[in-house]
Design a protein around this ligand. Structure first.
Ligand code: SF4
Length: 198
């Protein structure tokens, strides 16, 4: 049987690991995570497709790799409510609210209303001191604050993704991933509009 020849984008799961390692040593690298926010939206808005999810998402690949290749997934069927509309959109609204709060905290620091907090907040609850990854004064405080907040969001979503990967199928996170839900909605609206024009 012919083995599929691997392409460069089959190795993007490595990028997901590198991202967290970089953020561990230098929190300012957290900004690189914006690539994973902007690129899927560009694919959806401009190309009307989910090619990012299907081909270029390192995080989705990472869950598959750990779950399948390293056998860390129990591969159980996830409960049906996880893929239900109310849960996916509810989680998207929750996630966007948390994202908005992170931007607001960044604004407060930029406005001088509050000081920089050198912590990473896990699961929106647990504050983990992370000061070693930042040299105070290296950049404007709001730039650093965004880094801490964004890294928290990326780490939190990965922890949840790993958790459901272990319990259920490797890519269970993808059924309710906010980026996936958002790009799916954009593609649907775009494709519906295209059909109406026809
Ligand atoms: S649903 Fe989310 S994690 Fe899964 S492939 Fe798409 S962007 Fe990546």
């Amino acid at each position: 049987m012919n083995k599929k020849v691997k392409k460069w984008y089959d190795y993007l799961w490595i990028w997901s690991i590198i991202y967290f390692v970089l953020g561990f040593f230098n929190i300012l690298c957290a900004w690189l995570g914006m690539i994973d926010f902007v690129v899927p939206l560009i694919f959806a808005i401009v190309g009307h497709n989910k090619n990012f999810c299907n081909t270029y998402c390192g995080r989705g690949q990472l869950f598959r790799k750990i779950g399948n290749d390293y056998k860390c997934s129990r591969k159980n069927q996830a409960p049906s409510w996880i893929a239900s509309k109310w849960f996916r959109y509810g989680f998207l609204i929750f996630f966007l609210t948390m994202f908005g709060n992170m931007i607001y905290q960044t604004y407060l620091v930029a406005a001088g209303a509050t000081g920089l907090k050198e912590v990473v907040k896990l699961l929106w609850t647990f504050k983990v001191p992370w000061g070693w990854a930042y040299t105070t004064g290296a950049v404007a405080d709001w730039i650093a604050q965004f880094s801490f907040g964004f890294y928290s969001l990326m780490l939190t979503s990965t922890i949840i993704g790993l958790f459901v990967m272990m319990l259920y199928k490797p890519r269970t996170w993808c059924t309710f991933c906010p980026m996936g839900t958002m790009t799916q909605s954009i593609c649907k609206i775009k494709n519906d509009n295209d059909q109406v024009k026809l």
